[in-house]
Design a protein around this ligand. Structure first.
Ligand code: BES
Ligand code: ZN
Ligand code: ZN
Length: 507
């Protein structure tokens, strides 16, 4: 639930509590150690215990002296080790060594980026969520509370801080997502955001309750939230440092639980729908990191919070909602609710004329059909998409640029309103159609008389496939929430502030 303490120094952290993790690679048919020279003699031992250099394979070596640190070997694959291999190796080692309070990594690092990637993977792999463990807590092995990286490299404090804030932001997202919907609902989510902003002088928060939402015309958020006993909220958080030149708005889908509403999901289809607020949690984690890192750029986060429930007061199919700014939407399927709350959020964000709007949403099951569970779908109306996709790659994330085909928009024509929220019966291109819907709610750049009307630059991230790891753990990722897109967004925003990723120049 919190990020481990970490140290980086040339000194080994040797006491009986520590496990020292060394790297193991293959060179041809031979095993090779990726470790300081004092450990060279362990190579033969590694052979004799049949240690494997396969990625993420952990071998604990017999410890001849109980007063000294134990040693374990982690497989790094072939000798040309990538930064992602280091992140995953470190993360899986920390996961597999749960119960050991201190884990030291001594990989004989070849670059500063290797040190940072190893630290990053270790901090991420140490995440666990035990808030709801009662009687079984005592028997749980906790991941390391201290990570030590042994290197004589001098790593820039700002690079270490970047890695640490990414890990903190991802832990915050995972904590919020893991919290069940009986405890995390729009009002309690907004309170958490208020508390977080109260402890950071650089973050300023405004919360719309249901009365204020009605007064200000947020018909999408109100329409989705209507069926629930727990009223919706819109949260705006501003980070506006004096040095901030560019302005980036983050708009997060925050459905604290998605039953589908009256277009009710099936029992199995509803499983995991507490995850449907991941976009809002991501916006919150990222803006907190921007502030903690004092990035010289203005960021505004919009959290669109509602619980999508069926009831006698719920929005019905064929109801028409009026979104902020006056456009009307015929709701043909109440389960396509994310786009309704985001429509309000995008309109509100647009009014401030930011330089770029990025929305983050667990928007469509179709995202999984198209791209699987480890690749984020990226859509939008700006060339900046290719820049964001590239930055994500250097951050260690998989983003993929998907099209917004113009012929899809007419599928959403409504007989009675400006647009419908779905094309009933349509199953093709669901992720793209959702994005086409959102595009209608991206505002224009305030018209200058001599310029043609132009939409504000906007990027949409569909993280429905990637927000939750429903399979076994791998690398630094445990089962459950993944924190996807947090690292990419922090590096992208920092880059726009003139502070490129420390990984950008590395191999
Ligand atoms: N929250 C879901 C999308 C989702 C599905 C996220 C699976 C994570 C895993 C979203 O609100 C939804 O229900 N979308 C519908 C849209 C459809 C009605 C056009 C979907 O994808 O089925
Ligand atoms: Zn839904
Ligand atoms: Zn949803």
């Amino acid at each position: 639930m919190s990020v481990p303490v970490y140290t980086v120094s040339a000194q080994p952290h040797r006491d009986a509590d520590t496990v020292v993790v060394l790297g193991l690679t293959t060179q041809g048919k031979e095993l090779a150690l990726r470790a300081p020279s004092e450990y060279a003699s362990l190579r033969e031992l590694a052979d004799s215990v049949d240690a494997s250099a396969a990625a993420e394979s952990l071998t604990r070596l017999p410890n001849p002296d109980s007063t000294r640190a134990a040693v374990a070997l982690i497989g790094l694959g072939t000798a040309s080790v990538t930064l992602n291999a280091l992140r995953d190796a470190a993360g899986s080692a920390v996961r597999k060594l749960a119960g050991k309070p201190v884990v030291e990594f001594a990989f004989d690092f070849a670059s500063d980026a290797e040190v940072l990637a190893t630290l990053e993977g270790a901090l991420l792999g140490a995440y666990s969520f035990t808030r709801y463990k009662g009687a079984s807590l005592d028997s749980l092995k906790q991941p390391a509370a201290t990570i030590h990286i042994r290197t004589d490299r001098q790593i820039a404090a700002s690079d270490l801080a970047r890695v640490h804030e990414k890990a903190r932001a991802m832990a915050l997202v995972k904590d919020l997502v893991n919290t069940p919907a009986n405890d995390l609902y729009p009002e309690s989510f907004a309170t958490i955001a208020e508390e977080l902003c109260a402890s950071d002088d650089s973050l300023h928060i405004t919360v719309w309750d249901e009365q204020k939402l009605a007064k200000d015309g947020f018909g999408g958020i109100l329409g989705v939230g209507k069926g629930s006993e727990r009223p919706p909220r819109l949260v705006r958080i501003s980070y506006a440092p004096q040095a901030g030149s560019a302005h980036i708005a983050l708009v997060g889908k925050g459905i604290t639980f998605d039953t589908g509403g009256l277009s009710l999901k099936s029992g199995p289809g509803m499983m995991g729908m507490k995850y449907d607020m991941t976009g809002a949690a991501t916006a919150l984690g990222v803006i907190r990191a921007a502030s903690a890192l004092a990035l010289p750029i203005t960021v505004t986060a919009w959290l669109c919070l509602a619980e999508n429930m069926p009831s006698g007061r719920a929005t019905r199919p064929n109801d028409i909602l009026t979104i902020r700014g006056g456009k009307t939407v015929e709701v043909l399927n109440t389960d396509a609710e994310g786009r309704l709350v985001l429509a309000d959020g995008l309109m509100a964000a647009s009014e401030e004329q930011p330089d770029l709007i990025i929305d983050i949403a667990t928007l469509t099951g179709a995202a999984t059909t198209a791209l699987g569970t480890r690749t984020v779908g990226v859509m939008g109306n700006t060339d900046e998409i290719s820049h964001l996709v590239e930055v994500a790659g250097t951050s260690g994330e998989n983003f993929w640029h998907m099209p917004l085909p113009a012929e899809l928009r007419p599928l959403l024509n409504s007989d009675v309103a400006d647009i419908a929220n779905v094309k009933p019966g349509n199953t093709a291109g669901g992720m793209l159609i959702a994005a086409c819907f959102l595009r209608d709610f991206v505002g224009n750049r305030s018209a200058h008389s001599d310029e043609a009307t132009e939409q504000l630059p906007w990027i949409h991230l569909d993280i429905a496939g990637t927000a939750n790891n429903g399979s076994g753990p791998y690398g630094f990722t445990a089962g459950g929430p993944t924190g996807v897109s947090v690292r990419a967004l922090i590096d992208y925003i920092a880059g726009r502030a003139g502070l490129p990723s420390p990984y950008a120049s590395a191999k």
